[in-house]
Ligand binder design. Structure first.
Ligand SMILES: Cc1cc2nc3c(=O)[nH]c(=O)nc-3n(C[C@H](O)[C@H](O)[C@H](O)COP(=O)(O)OP(=O)(O)OC[C@H]3O[C@@H](n4cnc5c(N)ncnc54)[C@H](O)[C@@H]3O)c2cc1C
Length: 408
């Protein structure tokens, strides 16, 4: 049985591998010159430090079970660092306090006044059974439970914003509840941080490409599903393109951007692998050199700064953005000279999970054609986990309707 997968991001790759494992004759069509989709390493430029920068730092969590299984399947299970959640958060005076999912850590979280800290365990307990109301943001729900502007800015936003790529006050309350229940209130290992140790392109697209071999066609944008020589198709592309290929109206799902700035300083200024910064455009900063096992040249430090859900930064010119991020880091972490920089903007990084957003599921109106993508209705926020789950669900759905092997 001939099966085509359109789109070589994590969703398409996960679908393709399941179809191959079931014995199908699969071809993956990807419009770009590389696989991996939104999980990419930037094309190398002269003067880049090693390893070349990614389009944006990606973080997984211990609860990303299907994503971790996918890494194992492509031989890259060892390419992540898994550590217990303890996120150093630095305030404007560089005072550090860590976010950890333990009662004692919550009570010690120094960026909140004592009364607000004491409320955190209570709120977390109430979130186990809390119900969201229609059109409610997660911020609205938290305030109903007694949280305040201060706790939302200094605690909840620190992890909700990067996890859901929207501010707590913008994101759908169900998505916030799901995140907290799955990552923080589930089994302890669910909240583990999973950090890539290799450039994203190498450990995702390149590795999956080696598994799929000559089943992959790169630089091949599919204009119409009718052009495919296939009995069944997985459409694993972003929302508007998916609708175009399927002949459906554009679902007009709003997207949310991510801006990443890669900075090489002449000396070390960050003494942890990752830190969140309160009151800064640089929401999170990662020591890319240390995480990828590459000492920065001449005793310097190679950092990646990430700002999530920040449409306002999309229009800031590259040089200004670099200067702004570098100044905010050095003011807080210590003086250093910037010796290299590179900016990566992803305007459509994820869908914007605002209240009321409706995501289509795996089935389409066309027989033997299924839909996949992190943005589809997987029950998960638009993450790597959602992408892999959507791809696997799409493959299972096809296989339930069409036999992978034609029996003779
Ligand atoms: C900067 C950034 C940071 C992120 N950080 C995190 C994070 O920390 N943790 C996390 O879990 N997630 C993160 N994400 C989200 C995550 O990367 C995505 O949700 C996921 O990778 C999407 O996978 P996908 O396969 O659904 O879609 P995509 O990766 O968008 O793949 C779709 C593919 O289809 C191809 N395509 C499109 N049209 C056609 C066509 N007509 N013919 C052929 N091919 C076509 C595209 O080129 C693309 O390769 C981040 C995303 C970005 C951009």
């Amino acid at each position: 049985m001939k099966m085509a997968v359109v789109g070589g991001g994590l969703a398409g790759l996960a679908a393709a591998l399941d179809l191959v494992d079931a014995g199908a004759d699969v071809t993956v069509h990807e419009s770009r010159p590389t696989l991996g989709g939104a999980v990419q390493t930037l094309p190398e430029r002269e003067g880049d430090p090693q390893p070349p920068p990614d389009n944006g730092q990606h973080i997984g969590l211990g609860c990303f079970t299907e994503y971790l299984r996918f890494l194992d399947r492509i031989g890259e299970g060892g390419s992540v660092l898994r550590k217990r959640l303890a996120l150093p958060v630095l305030d404007e005076q560089a005072r550090r306090s860590d976010i950890s999912p333990s009662l004692s850590a919550l009570l010690r979280y120094g960026h909140l006044p004592v009364r607000e800290r004491l409320r955190l365990p209570l709120t977390l307990m109430r979130l186990r059974s809390a119900r969201s109301q229609p059109e409610e943001t997660f911020g609205d729900l938290l305030r109903r439970l007694g949280e305040t502007d201060t706790s939302i800015t200094a605690f909840w936003d620190v992890f909700i914003r990067p996890a859901l790529n929207l501010r707590t006050d913008e994101v759908d309350s169900e998505a916030g509840l799901f995140t907290v229940r799955t990552a923080l209130l589930g089994p302890r290992a669910n909240s583990d941080l999973v950090l890539p140790l290799k450039p994203l392109g190498w450990m995702h697209g390149d590795a999956a490409g080696r598994m799929l071999g000559d089943r992959v066609r790169l630089d091949e944008r599919i204009e119409s599903l009718d052009d495919l020589d296939a009995d069944a198709v997985v459409v694993a592309v972003p929302p508007a393109e998916s609708a175009r290929l399927l002949g459906e109206p554009d679902p007009e799902l709003e997207s949310s951007p991510i801006v990443s700035v890669h900075l090489l300083f002449d000396r070390p200024i960050l003494n942890v692998p990752v830190a969140g910064l309160l009151g800064s455009d640089a929401h999170w900063v990662f020591d890319r050199g240390a995480l990828t096992g590459h000492a920065a040249p001449d005793g310097g430090q190679y950092l990646t700064v990430v700002a999530s859900g920040v449409p306002e930064l999309m229009d800031v010119r590259g040089r200004e953005l670099v200067d702004r991020m570098a100044a905010q880091l050095t003011e807080r972490l210590g003086a250093a000279e910037l010796v290299w920089s590179r900016v990566s903007r992803e305007p459509y990084a994820t869908i914007a999970l605002r209240p009321g957003m409706v995501r289509p599921g795996v089935e389409t109106r066309r027989p033997n054609v299924v839909r996949a993508g992190a943005w589809t209705d997987t029950g998960w926020p638009a993450t790597m986990e959602s992408a892999v789950r959507s791809g696997r669900a799409a493959a299972q759905h096809l296989l339930s309707k069409v036999p992978a092997k034609v029996s003779v």
